[in-house]
Design a binder for this molecule. Structure first.
Ligand SMILES: Nc1ncnc2c1ncn2[C@@H]1O[C@H](COP(=O)(O)OP(=O)(O)OP(=O)(O)O)[C@@H](O)[C@H]1O
Ligand SMILES: [Mg+2]
Length: 364
């Protein structure tokens, strides 16, 4: 599958643009400030309903406009087409359409257009807080395991209920808490099993990507569920933590606290690896994720690669370039100049070129 067409309206400095894109690699060149990242931002918006640069949408809406809007068409492996549309309004309104139908959740977009970002911030996958790695792990689990999202939503609702009960001035009845904890326990163990399966599937693919990238070796992914793994179940943990959770005002154990530990030779990767090695590890994780998606589902993702070459040495750049060129995915790569782009990319079959100038995008 690939994003064959994209129509952009009022995303950062892009007033209006229409692009036809090939399934393979597209190289987007342009001077600093021309609008390359804005183009990637538009595609990200179409796949996620949100912005990758900030939690707020306002900076993404072109100055003086009421809404940023992106439409696109995804062509699936079987030739079937799905149209997507997202509009984010200055007033806070959100419009999402999938296959011509209005939908309420952004997960409907993600399901059709699995988008991954590789940029200088990707290193936070290694050095950032656990939430970054949970999101990474859940991205793949969401795409591969159809029931994951349901379990997760159900768990979140249960968690809100338990937290509200814990905070209530009058002590909640233990029967009520029992009931919510039973539900949390059920959902948590489903989430846990699916996340474990993801880690097991990813580890060999990460090893393989690291080898190809010339990255650090002895990298291990170690998953911690978010509660005392020696306890018989999360329900036991929650029951024993009720009083202390009440004092804290929230539930301190569960899948919302899971961690995907990354180690290098047994040491924390965030401390043991050089900055460059951390970046390569982050790339390996993202490459592994895309290959897993393609192998385990009928989907192929789309990678947005922004400003990366400048951060890696020549050899690693070339290696990453040739991996990107052969990924089972659509790849959009930005560069200030064509000759600065990763050497390996030039080997891509079906390499399309786009040039950006003052927010205007031209092919060729
Ligand atoms: N909401 C907005 N409305 C209009 N223009 C904006 C908005 N936000 C940012 N810009 C401008 O858009 C221009 C393009 O920014 P963008 O980040 O896409 O450039 P770029 O081509 O990626 O540059 P670089 O090579 O430096 O990364 C910038 O000049 C920026 O000031
Ligand atoms: Mg940029």
């Amino acid at each position: 599958m690939h994003l064959a067409r994209v129509d952009i309206h009022a995303v950062r400095n892009i007033a209006s643009a229409r692009l036809q894109m090939p399934p393979g690699t597209s190289l987007i060149t342009g001077d600093n400030g021309s609008g390359k990242t804005s183009l990637l931002e538009a595609v990200w918006l179409l796949g996620t309903g949100s912005s990758f640069r900030s939690n707020r949408m306002l900076p993404v809406i072109r100055y003086g406009e009421d809404a940023a809007t992106v439409h696109g068409e995804v062509i699936h492996a079987d030739g079937y087409r799905t149209s997507l549309g997202v509009s984010r309004e200055r007033s806070g309104g959100v419009q999402i359409k999938v296959g011509g139908e209005a939908v309420r959740t952004t997960s409907a977009l993600a399901e059709v257009l699995p988008v991954q970002l590789i940029n200088p911030d990707s290193v936070e996958l290694v050095t950032g807080p656990p939430v970054r790695r949970r999101r990474f792990l859940d991205w793949g689990t969401f795409h591969v395991e159809r029931s994951f999202l349901e379990s997760w939503k159900s768990y979140r609702r249960g968690l809100e209920q338990r937290n509200a009960l814990l905070r209530r001035a009058s002590a909640a009845s233990s029967a009520e808490l029992d009931a919510w904890e039973t539900r949390l326990n059920r959902d948590a163990h489903l989430i846990d099993a699916q996340r474990r399966a993801s880690v097991t599937a990813l580890q060999p693919l990460v090893d393989e990507a690291l080898e190809e990238l010339g990255g650090p070796d002895q990298i291990a992914l170690r998953y911690l569920p978010g509660w005392d793994a020696d306890a018989p179940s999360l329900a036991d943990v929650l029951a024993s933590q009720r009083d202390s959770d009440r004092t804290q005002g929230f539930t301190r154990s569960g899948p919302q606290r899971a961690e995907l530990k990354l180690t290098a030779g047994g040491r924390a990767a965030a401390e043991a690896l050089s900055r460059g090695q951390q970046k390569i590890l982050a790339c390996a994780l993202l490459v592994a994720q895309g290959r897993w998606l393609a192998a385990a589902t009928s989907k192929q993702g789309i990678y947005l690669v922004d400003d990366l070459p400048a951060e890696l040495d020549r050899d690693h750049r070339a290696r990453l370039g040739s991996i990107l060129a052969t990924l089972p995915a659509q790849v959009l790569v930005t560069a200030v100049q064509r000759d600065l782009v990763m050497a390996g990319l030039e080997s891509a079959t079906a390499l399309a070129m786009f040039h950006v100038e003052h927010g205007r995008i031209s092919a060729g």
